[in-house]
Design a protein around this ligand. Structure first.
Ligand SMILES: Cc1cc2nc3c(=O)[nH]c(=O)nc-3n(C[C@H](O)[C@H](O)[C@H](O)COP(=O)(O)O)c2cc1C
Length: 447
């Protein structure tokens, strides 16, 4: 394992035009990004120039990813399927990791294990799988007539699914393929392992018909935040993607998840916690604020009002957007975050437009607006206070938002000594400072 412990890790959250709802309308964004492969190549190469650990693609197998009444105003409704995208990007990059989301509710473990092992082989050891159970019930309607399973059951199924996938990835020892032309032996039969899994949800014989990949296994990423989600992360994840707006909450999450790992025989460093981070950077604070406001002004009222109404459980559509926020019955308020926003609206006399702009800008992620030094200071504080091992960078708009981050913030982080100046190794595991997992069969042989 290459030692890269002391440095902050960076992921690049892949979204066609950017993370901000209004991004696709921004002059520095690529409005047709979702069908524009060269745009993604440029994005991947810029992230690699910024020495990012990985590209990270979220995914959900449905077009209904936003409020139905405003779906026609969102850019991520339709874009290139992310797994295919990442495989293609492997050919245009050398160092950056390629992490894709895939659902344990709508995939089959054998097929998924095969695809991700292949991604790892194609990319020379840069693959990763973000395990999700898919919370969006709209996806279920694309896979037959069965209703979406309740969350607790989805997590049960996810555990078995992940265990089968990892078992399949151990089908072959590292040195199984001798390919001896003289003896005519292609592989050593002792070094092939048949999983023979029979469980509550899956029966899978194995072995996988893909050889063990350079990382041993692709990196396992997870993004659940509930008790079940945290437990699954502590047991199986090597990277956790999370959303926090405040350092204290991020630190509490960090300590909680890392504190659960020992009972699974894992060390705290075996898992990297990376909150999402949205950045708007400019040479002066005023310029950065102006940039942010110009982006906020691109949120169409249809979508702003729809998002606000859903979050608050109250229909704002009949009220003038530039009028005051009407009183919301307290029984409709669903969470402490919503509660805080209602309070802010009353205290600061916000209009409906101002309130939805607050809501929609980063959707719960850590957000920084300022000069390169401001941004680097705050990132360093989270990192050094043990609230994060790094960040998943969510560019408000693309490609401009990523270009600015790489050109302005990365050198500041490097000057502070908290970020790498070159890639430490050749695989995603090397760069993240993660161990190569020992095959379950080698472990069995040892015990
Ligand atoms: C930062 C973050 C990113 C996520 N990305 C995805 C995704 O790409 N696809 C998906 O189906 N779910 C995604 N999720 C949802 C989680 O996988 C999980 O289903 C959801 O958070 C509900 O589980 P929980 O209650 O354990 O948090 C994400 C969640 C978080 C916090």
């Amino acid at each position: 394992m290459v030692d890269s412990k002391a440095k902050m890790k960076l992921g690049m959250f892949v979204r066609p035009c950017g993370h901000h709802i209004g991004s696709w309308r921004h002059p520095d964004a690529q409005a047709d990004a979702g069908v524009n492969f060269p745009h993604f190549v440029q994005m991947a190469q810029t992230a690699e120039r910024g020495l990012f650990d990985m590209l990270f693609s979220a995914d959900s197998p449905t077009a209904f990813t936003a409020e139905p009444e405003a779906l026609h105003r969102t850019h991520y409704v339709a874009w290139i399927e992310p797994f295919s995208l990442l495989v293609a990007l492997a050919g245009f990059t050398k160092h950056i990791g390629l992490v894709c989301t895939a659902s344990t509710s709508f995939e089959e473990p054998y097929a998924l294990a095969r695809r991700f092992a292949s991604l790892d082989l194609i990319s020379g050891g840069r693959g990763g799988w973000n395990i999700v159970t898919t919370g969006n019930p709209a996806a279920a309607a694309n896979f037959g007539d069965e209703p979406h399973l309740p969350k607790a059951e989805r997590y049960k199924k996810a555990r078995e699914f992940a265990d089968v996938v990892r078992g399949l990835w151990d089908s072959w020892d590292d040195d199984a393929f001798v390919r001896n032309r003289e003896t005519g032996v292609f592989f050593d039969r002792e070094k092939m392992h048949v999983l023979d899994h029979h469980g509550a949800y899956y029966n899978v014989q194995g072995p996988l018909n893909v050889a063990r990949s350079p990382q041993g296994q692709p990196v396992i990423v997870q993004a659940g935040a509930s008790d079940d989600g945290r437990e699954l992360a502590a047991e199986t994840a090597e990277v956790v993607f999370t959303a926090h707006e405040e350092l204290d909450a991020a630190k509490a999450f960090y300590d909680d998840v890392k504190g659960r790992m020992a009972k699974y025989g894992r060390e705290r460093d075996d898992l990297k916690i990376m909150p999402g981070l949205s950045v708007i950077v400019a040479p002066t604070r005023q310029e950065a604020q102006d940039k942010f406001q110009s982006l906020q002004d691109l949120i169409h009222p249809d979508i702003g009002v729809a998002v606000l109404s859903r979050k608050m459980g109250f229909d704002f559509s009949g009220f003038p957007v530039d009028g005051p926020v009407p009183p919301v019955p307290s029984s409709n308020v669903l969470s402490s975050r919503v509660d805080a926003l209602v309070e802010a609206a009353q205290r600061d006399n916000l209009t409906i437009r101002q309130l939805y702009q607050k809501f929609c800008s980063t959707r719960g992620h850590f957000s920084l607006i300022g000069t390169p030094a401001d941004i680097a200071d705050q990132m360093t504080e989270w990192f050094e206070k043990g609230a994060a091992d790094g960040f998943n960078f969510i560019a408000p708009y693309l490609p401009g938002g990523l270009d600015n981050f790489v050109d302005l913030v990365v050198p500041e982080l490097q000057r502070r000594g908290v970020y790498r100046t070159h890639y430490e190794g050749t695989t995603l595991r090397d760069n993240l400072g993660l161990k190569v997992p020992v095959s379950r069969y080698a472990k069995e042989a040892r015990t």
